[in-house]
Design a protein around this ligand. Structure first.
Ligand SMILES: NC(=O)c1ccc[n+]([C@@H]2O[C@H](COP(=O)([O-])OP(=O)(O)OC[C@H]3O[C@@H](n4cnc5c(N)ncnc54)[C@H](OP(=O)(O)O)[C@@H]3O)[C@@H](O)[C@H]2O)c1
Length: 200
């Protein structure tokens, strides 16, 4: 088993991989009432660290729940609404177009949106060209089959939700598992599991 630091080290070499990040309970709950039914500061901090400088692909409902583009990362929102516009965000007609857009112009070519957030990523020696699929369920279902990796936060909670996901993991092999003890700012303990597609 490896540490969080080694994940960050790997980011330096896996620049253009397509990586899904998902937090999920053992029964597959990922959301409730348009949000996530837990508070996990440690997971949010890791999410920020791992994705900084890269491209985030998300569904329109997930974007609505966040309500703004996350600083220091390019955001691509998938929506069927041709009139959808939001400053600082790219729109994609479908998930495949989102991947194409991300590959065509890596996020590192875009100017950072926040000095503060940029400095958080300054420990890396080269730009982050990673493409991160960050939900929600509709987008995971369509893009997980073409992801090189899944970074799963197993949320040890029995909470109920209205958005669930079932991940077909038979084509992925686990290469890391790290237990995270709940801090005072985490509502439950978690486990970070990193899985790589068998063809990548
Ligand atoms: N636990 C986690 O890791 C995690 C991560 C992210 C989100 N979430 C949670 O998941 C929930 C949201 O997930 P969700 O499944 O309801 O919504 P979603 O996947 O975030 O977004 C769905 C929307 O994406 C667009 N879309 C989906 N497929 C499309 C396609 N093929 N072509 C064009 N547009 C397409 C549509 O937007 P339009 O309706 O605008 O056309 C659709 O309504 C929230 O509760 C959120 O908090 C959890």
């Amino acid at each position: 088993m490896r540490s969080d630091d080694s994940v960050t080290d790997d980011r330096k070499t896996d620049r253009s991989r397509v990586i899904a990040l998902v937090a999920m309970t053992p029964t597959g709950v990922i959301g409730k009432d348009g949000d996530m039914p837990w508070r996990l500061r440690s997971d949010l901090m890791r999410f920020k660290q791992l994705t900084m400088g890269g491209t985030l692909i998300m569904g329109r409902r997930t974007y609505d729940s966040i309500g703004r583009p996350l600083p220091g990362r390019r955001t691509i929102v998938v929506t069927r609404n041709a009139d959808w516009r939001c400053e600082g965000v790219c729109r994609a007609e479908n998930p495949e177009q989102a991947i194409e857009t991300a590959r065509h112009a890596p996020a590192s070519q875009s100017p950072p949106t926040s000095q503060q957030e940029t400095s958080a990523a300054s420990d890396t020696s080269s730009p982050n060209r990673g493409i991160y699929v960050v939900g929600g369920a509709e987008i995971y279902r369509q893009l997980l089959p073409c992801c090189d990796e899944v970074w799963l936060t197993q949320v040890w909670s029995s909470v109920c939700g209205d958005t669930t996901l079932s991940i077909e993991l038979s084509k992925f092999r686990q290469i890391e598992q790290t237990r995270i003890i709940a801090s005072s700012k985490d509502s439950v303990p978690t486990e970070f599991i990193r899985m790589v597609h068998e063809n990548s």
